[in-house]
Design a protein around this ligand. Structure first.
Ligand code: NDP
Length: 243
């Protein structure tokens, strides 16, 4: 039996990397999926690749009117919203000395502010049984030189999951955080072989993760298989922060 038959899901950042892999997996499991992202060409490519019951709505999650349009479209085309995955995010390198206000604002604007107001709108369309999976990062729990701002945004994501679990439990909505370690996505395209090797040497399973491996965990947290799991953080990191 398909795990998400009859369910509707919104996936931000669903046109690339982890979000795309989740969108693909969810449609395979019977969900009606809405993906969003800024780049129309990547949205079109994603829809062609996914091939199932998927609709692309172009938009920027930091823009209130784009978020309104996204959820208005979902409301007009689906009976209800069951699942939200927030995968839109950026990671920019900057040590404390070189950090500018622009760097700080870009990271918090997308990874935190965009995520908060996406969730705020989504819950208006959710009822009991809803599941929210926030894509955090193991970066939120560790300190890596040059990733202070990114790590702080992901620590905020994990923190919100705790509060929202308390706030939304009475409405039957579960919130969990999925925190990947290094995953081979376009976010990694500009990472040098040297950094890849150095990262891999710190991962017990001795390799980068694949987007499909994150998607499998997202399916678990979004489906009834995790019905008694709320406010948790599931790390998909080959053991990097677990040993
Ligand atoms: P990608 O770069 O492949 O995907 C990022 C996604 O975010 C794209 O779909 C992009 O679409 C979307 N996005 C960026 N800005 C906006 C915006 N303003 N509004 C809407 N969508 C936006 O990276 P990943 O798939 O690797 O990253 C996905 C998530 O996973 C991120 O939150 C990241 O922090 C997290 N993560 C990734 C890890 C990794 O190793 N890859 C490790 C840990 C966490 P578009 O550009 O079209 O807007």
């Amino acid at each position: 039996m398909l795990k998400l038959e009859g369910k509707t899901a919104v996936i931000t950042g669903g046109n690339s990397g982890i979000g795309l892999a989740i969108a693909r997996r969810f449609t395979e499991e019977g969900a009606h999926v809405f993906i969003t992202g800024r780049r129309q060409a990547q949205l079109d490519e994603a829809v062609a690749l996914i091939g199932g019951r998927v609709e692309a709505i172009q938009g920027d999650v930091t823009c209130a009117s784009d978020l309104d349009r996204l959820f208005d479209t979902v409301k007009a085309n689906a009976e209800k919203l069951d699942i939200l995955i927030t995968s839109s995010g950026i990671s920019e390198f900057s040590t404390l000395d070189s950090t500018t206000e622009g760097h700080f604002d870009r990271a918090f604007d997308l990874n935190v502010r965009g995520m908060v107001f996406t969730v705020q709108r989504a819950v208006q369309h959710m009822s009991s049984g809803g599941a929210i999976v926030l894509i955090g990062s193991i970066a939120g729990s560790i300190g890596s030189p040059g990733y202070g701002t990114y790590s702080a945004t992901k620590a905020a994501v994990r923190s919100y999951a705790r509060t929202w679990t308390s706030e939304l439990a009475g409405r039957g909505i579960r919130v969990n955080t999925l925190s990947p370690g290094p995953i081979n996505t376009p976010m990694f395209d500009n990472v040098s072989d040297e950094v890849r090797l150095s990262l891999t040497s710190r991962i017990p399973l001795n390799r980068l993760g694949q987007p499909d491996e994150v998607a499998a965990a997202a399916l678990f947290l979004a489906s009834a298989d995790s019905s008694y799991i709320a406010g948790a953080e599931l790390c998909i990191d080959g053991g990097m922060t677990q040993v």
